[in-house]
Design a protein around this ligand. Sequence first.
Ligand code: NAD
Length: 283
Amino acid sequence: MEDLSFKDLQNSVCVITGGAGVLGNSIARSLASVGVVPVILDINEEAARQVAEDISSEFGVKCYGYKTNVLDKGSLEDVHRQILSEVGEIDMLINGAGGNSPKATTKLEQLTEDDLNDLEDGFFGLELEGFQKVFDLNFTGTLLPTLVFTKDMVIRQRGVVLNISSMNSYKPLTKIPAYSAAKASINNFTEWLAVHFAKVGVRVNALAPGFFLTNQNRFLLLDEKSGNLTARGEKIIANTPMGVFGEPDDLNGTVLFLLSDLSRFITGICIPVDGGYSAFGGV
Ligand code: NAD
């Protein structure tokens, strides 16, 4: 009979980039709850250490927090050495650092005839710098940690990578072209690397969260003053068959499944965790 208690994950070490963020924090807690040693990497050092401290005392397990910039290979290599000496071999990597920015967001969803005299509120108002920043954080910020942390896994012929994609990887959402393109590239890269590593014991998968109300999208979904849903927030709820935003903990069953041996014959997929959003045609 298959063991369904995630026992195989006990005492394994999982690095989570962006682990001090809303979703990363929730994922790290779920890992600790099944006996995994979470290693939180975040550009926000104080938050990384605080989350690690909270998890250690709450779950009575070891949890580590380090400052790391996922866009700086040197910073990743330094922390890699530190983890090997202070924690041990790394068994799993979750690439969670990512997000959108207002600087890569158009004001308009679509251009219409009324906008032809002032095109700056749409595509033409985007600055390369903002576009590049968001693209890099999401794509290069997944590529570099994967380069640094998976070599040992390949040599040991055992390991798992889990990338955090998004709904807009399947169909781009209006207003956020850089974030959409970057997350689409995550799905493609997940497939590519899964094939590349398939014969050396390292599985690579992704999950695509639907709509979770968090720091990166609050400004798009809730009106700052009233706290009510924006028109965009209402549209999302109307297009989510379950009719609610996700709660961070809703991801964790899928995370544990994809990390554990229960999914040992699965590599190169992206699982939507979205209340039905990706299945719904809107009518
Ligand atoms: P968040 O902003 O709460 O967390 C992101 C974390 O990444 C932060 O702690 C931040 O300090 C860290 N970070 C930013 N730049 C970094 C860098 N250069 N190096 C290291 N760490 C860095 O965001 P979240 O909502 O928890 O999102 C986590 C992941 O889930 C992201 O990849 C995001 O794109 C994805 N996602 C979120 C949603 C959602 O609805 N919130 C939906 C789909 C996908």
